[in-house]
Design a protein around this ligand. Structure first.
Ligand code: CP
Length: 313
């Protein structure tokens, strides 16, 4: 059996960022506190000067890839973005051979997105240099920097997690964001975490993560403080999980009518990209309770904080 792999070093400092599972509360809060400082510092010190950051995105991304790039450049790092399509991966080069060749160029941090769950940990286990691995999303498994930026966004609006009821709505089955947010919310002591969606998109095993399951949107939204809407991930679906997009929106799309069941000061989040009129109406996405575009700069801030931390700055 393979030994468990720790993202912390022997002093319990962050060495890699692979998952929110078992990330100590003190470390999570340290990241959020540092991100808050960096967000409020228009010209931060060049703490990553002379550091080389390689972005390895084997799956599409807008927010995560570019916010890592912005974050690294704000701190003075050199950023190299690996274009998978024009790389030798298309000639059959393996993930590990790619890693080892890039490491030989001198890399401090690899930011990795991959369709395979466990890809980031695999690279962390098999790297041959001092490089840190930051998971930018691996299959259905984890998206830790998304969870961190979500926690920072929630904390800026709702100070006391112990009072919060949070509903995560939609395609739970295929969502690394849902899993990472559930772990992070538990670590921060959220009062109640709900998952809401059709039976086909909520795997039975999710209850082991300590969440309440709702198949009816109105009941699931009743009196919640935070609503995290999820994208329907068609690229991970083989076969039909619901009859049609129109039917999905009718039952699980967040419209003004459904929103009225949540607390009147509930905030609405979405990791993006959003599908308007599929999981959320344009009116709600653009409305006064939506913090979807506030999440984006939080992403830059938490990614700056995480990169400093894995570089021991
Ligand atoms: N939230 C998120 O991961 O968005 P991207 O896929 O655009 O990076």
């Amino acid at each position: 059996m393979q030994q468990s792999f720790s993202q912390l070093d022997e002093q319990q400092h962050l060495r890699h960022l692979l998952t929110m599972h078992n990330l100590p509360k003190a470390t999570l809060l340290q990241i959020l506190d540092r991100a808050e400082v960096l967000f409020n510092t228009p010209t931060p010190s060049q703490s990553l000067l002379n550091k080389n950051i390689f972005n390895l995105f084997f799956e599409a991304s807008t927010r995560t890839r570019l916010s890592f790039e912005v974050a690294a450049k704000k701190l003075g790092a050199t950023v190299v973005s690996f274009d998978v399509g024009s790389s030798s991966v298309s000639k059959g080069e393996s993930l590990l051979d790619t890693l080892h060749n890039l490491e030989a160029m001198g890399v401090d941090i690899f930011v990795v997105r991959h369709s395979s769950s466990g890809a980031a940990e695999f690279l962390a286990r098999h790297r041959r240099s001092h490089a840190a691995i930051i998971n930018a999303g691996d299959g259905w498994h984890a998206h830790p920097t998304q969870a961190l930026l979500d926690m920072l966004t929630i904390r800026r609006h709702k100070t006391d997690f112990s009072q919060l009821k949070v509903a995560i709505v939609g395609d739970i089955r295929h969502s690394r964001v849902a899993r990472s947010n559930i772990y992070a919310l538990h670590t921060l002591g959220a009062a109640e975490i709900r998952v809401v969606g059709p039976k086909t998109l909520i795997p039975d095993e999710i209850t082991a993560l300590g969440v309440k399951v709702f198949y009816d949107l109105k009941t699931g939204l009743k009196d919640v403080d935070v609503i995290i809407m999820l994208r329907v991930q068609r690229e991970r679906m083989q076969g039909a999980y619901f009859p049609s997009t129109a039917e999905y929106f009718r039952c699980y799309g967040l419209s003004q009518e459904q929103l009225a069941y949540a607390k009147s000061d509930a905030i609405i989040m979405h990791p993006g990209p959003i599908n308007r009129e599929v999981e959320i109406s344009a009116e709600v996405a653009n409305g006064g309770q939506s913090v979807i575009l506030e999440q984006v700069p939080m992403g830059v801030a938490v990614r700056m904080a995480v990169m400093e931390m894995v570089c021991k700055i």
